[in-house]
Design a protein around this ligand. Structure first.
Ligand code: HSE
Length: 436
């Protein structure tokens, strides 16, 4: 007997998934067991790139999640609502869910997984983070014997493309963004990407899986790349770094710091050579050491690969133990802990002021004796130790001084900066970036 799917959405990812499922030759034989029963769309009038049996397409999305014949709901419509509500209805109706929706999972994961665990169904989210890169199942399974100490990555292709172009061509952020929009690499409204929100959604999900506790998306510190200038990219280059938008989840004593911000990455670090639209996620654990996942983080084919892998995993289960148990809709269902998200409680998140990190800062100052000395003295007063300080450039009459610190508590560093900003010799502090 086939396993019946209800697919919500037939955009880029939905179409890619239907294409993959229909073209099953040479892939895992269990894919032949999949039957696409209904596909929910906004309009029946639009031309479609895939052929579906008459009557499969419908605009009545509720009828899909309420269809007693359907085993698995595949949510690839995106957006917060009605996607969240439809997933919850599907769960309450005892259906497993596969979703690519990072926005819903990062914000409402607590509600959705709690409902799923009570209903005894799985919610599978491989496609919600980094498209084609398999990172969710490895975190749940193969890597989970490790004590994870950090998960960090380049998880947004748009911003990585922009920063790579700024680095290689030497253009400004605005010029590269305009070109990327013309080429279709960046959205007409690029806010979610360039302001780091997309990356924050993804690191919320990864952190929760890696560290075994739910993570409150609102506590994730998030800075985008609008303030990254070609001047800073050039200074970073001279100092041996590239600037990347990193999403980082790291244990800091007993607290977890989860953040997204542009970061100076040493050129010898594995993430430094991840360029263009590619994504990569580095996982550090004990006794594993480091492992890095690299690949395409978006696009129809890669994301369809991730969606279909979740479908395949569920089909395998439905064909074996779940088919035997007949206990769905009962709170007594024993979900596989390597497959479900059974976390209870939220992680305590380290406030950004308590973060211990290195900093890069650029100052525009009067060009006169004693300025570097005054900077050094003020940093020293707040316990900020400097790794390097250089004055190589001018902007008009203004001297440009760049410092890189040793590890320092962010709160101390900001206190020093406030005092420095008030000095009569300092015109401005145009850049402040963290260093990996
Ligand atoms: N907009 C994302 C990116 C892809 O640029 O990587 C979907 O998460």
């Amino acid at each position: 007997m086939g396993i019946k799917l209800g697919i919500l959405g037939l955009g880029t990812v939905g179409t890619g998934t239907v294409e993959l499922l229909q073209d099953y030759s040479g892939r895992h034989p269990l894919l032949r067991e999949v039957e696409i029963r209904r596909v929910g769309v906004r309009s029946l009038e639009l031309p479609r790139a895939v052929k579906l049996v008459d009557g499969v397409l419908t605009t009545d999305l509720d009828s899909i999640v309420n269809d007693p014949e359907i085993d698995i709901i595949v949510e690839v419509m995106g957006g917060l609502e009605p996607a969240r509500e439809l997933m919850l209805k599907a769960i309450h109706n005892g259906k497993h869910v596969v979703t690519a929706n990072k926005a819903v999972i990062s914000r409402f994961g607590d509600e959705i997984f709690t409902a799923a665990n009570q209903a005894g169904v799985y919610v599978m989210v491989e496609a919600s983070v980094c498209g084609g890169i398999p990172i969710i199942q490895p975190l749940k399974q193969s890597l989970s014997v490790n004590r994870i100490t950090a998960v960090m990555g380049i998880v947004n292709g748009t911003t990585n493309y922009i920063l790579t172009q700024m680095q290689t061509v030497g253009s400004s952020f605005d010029d590269v963004l305009a070109d990327a929009q013309k080429l279709g690499y960046a959205e007409a409204d690029p806010t979610a990407d360039v302001d780091g929100w997309d990356a924050a959604d993804k690191i919320t999900i990864l952190a929760s899986l890696a560290f075994g506790e739910r993570v409150n998306r609102q506590q994730v510190h998030c800075e985008g790349i609008r303030q990254v200038s070609k001047t800073d990219i050039a200074y970073a280059d001279k100092l041996g770094f590239v600037i990347k938008l990193l999403a980082i989840a790291k244990t800091n004593d007993s607290l977890l710091s989860v953040r997204v911000h542009p970061t100076l990455v040493p050129k010898i670090h594995p993430l430094a050579s991840v360029n263009g639209v590619y994504n990569a996620v580095l996982v550090e654990g004990e006794p594993l050491g480091q492992v890095m996942f690299f690949g395409p983080g978006a696009g129809a084919g890669p994301t369809a690969s991730a969606v279909s892998s979740d479908i395949l995993n569920l089909v395998a289960r439905l064909k074996t133990e779940l088919a035997e148990s007949k206990t769905r809709n009962s709170s007594s269902v024993n979900l596989d802990p390597l497959f479900a998200c059974l976390h209870e409680g939220f992680a305590e998140i380290c406030p950004i002021s308590e973060l211990v990190t290195r900093f890069y800062a650029r100052f525009l100052t009067q060009d006169e004796s004693g300025v570097i000395g005054k900077l050094g003295t003020c940093f020293g007063k707040f316990g900020v130790s400097l790794e390097s300080i250089v004055q190589t450039g001018f902007q008009g009459e203004r001297a440009e001084i760049v410092v890189v610190t040793h590890n320092v508590r962010e709160g101390n560093f900001r206190q020093a900066l406030a005092e420095i900003e008030a000095m009569s010799e300092i015109y401005s502090i145009p850049s402040l970036l963290r260093v990996l």
